[in-house]
Ligand binder design. Structure first.
Ligand SMILES: Nc1ncnc2c1ncn2[C@@H]1O[C@H](COP(=O)(O)OP(=O)(O)OP(=O)(O)O)[C@@H](O)[C@H]1O
Length: 250
């Protein structure tokens, strides 16, 4: 069972530049939430706060609170946070010198799994969850870079799932993919959301409409509107949301 994330009055800075201006929202467990908004509105910054990556950026700073269930993320060890909050980036970033198998196994080994049989089993399970197993089962020792872009992205998803996170953050996971691979990743999000809390940043409004249960519209570092996806796209209550989703700006 995954856990919800409660964000309260989250502010984030790059040096003196206040980028998130007090975000309060609840990201529900076992749901996919889309974050939409024009370029530069703070979507990536927001999800990078959710796994404490923002503070690793020079001069990156946050205030406010983020809780996973009852636990304050900012009181946890950041390494533990990144174990329970997995992330997939815009551009697939497999470890280029490692095999397909090792890309998924590495996190398990770092996490202290010693049994070879268990590692083999969990690698297979993760690759199956990422809908990649059938395509790679006979080539597990080949370098990850031998895979297509869409396969590499699913490999990164398998790598994130292997360590059994509760939350999966996805930062424009399909923007570098062709339509076929995009569809496969979207199907994957649909299938995974019953087990994880998924937060997906996307520029693609059809994608948000297809995969997300709830959608949050950000503008200039503020959360303008947050509601069921169908409401955001058909009956938004804020004029700025309506202008954005109907393509009037952004
Ligand atoms: N490393 C950084 N150093 C300084 N400022 C940054 C850095 N990263 C982002 N910013 C600034 O923070 C603001 C929000 O950026 P962010 O990347 O979160 O937006 P975004 O909504 O994800 O944009 P996009 O859709 O273009 O990816 C922007 O004004 C951006 O210039």
């Amino acid at each position: 069972m995954s856990q919800s994330i409660s964000v309260e009055n989250l502010r984030a800075w790059y040096g003196d530049h206040l980028t998130l201006k007090g975000i309060t929202m609840e990201l529900e467990a076992n749901r996919a939430t889309a974050i939409i908004g024009p370029s530069g509105c703070g979507k990536s910054t927001f999800i990078r706060c959710l796994n404490r990556l923002h503070e690793t950026i020079p001069h990156g700073r946050v205030s406010g609170s983020i809780k996973l269930g009852d636990e304050d993320l900012y009181r946890m060890d950041p390494v533990d946070v990144r174990r329970v909050v997995g992330m997939v980036f815009q551009k697939a970033n497999p470890f280029p010198t490692m095999s397909i198998f090792e890309n998924v196994a590495l996190g398990l080994r770092i996490g202290g799994v010693r049994s070879k049989a268990e590692i083999i089993e969990r690698v297979e399970k993760s690759l199956r969850m990422a809908a990649l197993w059938d395509e790679v089962k006979d080539r597990l020792r080949e370098p990850a870079t031998a895979l297509s872009g869409g396969q590499q992205q699913r490999l990164c998803i398998a790598r994130a799932l292997a360590i059994e996170p509760e939350v999966l953050l996805m930062d424009e996971p399909t923007s570098a993919l062709d339509p076929g691979s995009t569809l496969r990743v979207e199907e994957l999000v649909q299938a995974l959301k019953s087990s994880y809390t998924i937060v997906i940043v996307t520029h693609n409004m059809q994608q948000a409409a297809r995969v997300a249960d709830k959608t949050a519209f950000f503008l200039n570092g503020e959360l303008i509107e947050y509601a069921d996806t169908a409401i955001i796209f058909t009956k938004p209550s804020d004029k700025r949301t309506e202008d954005y989703v109907t393509g009037r700006f952004g």
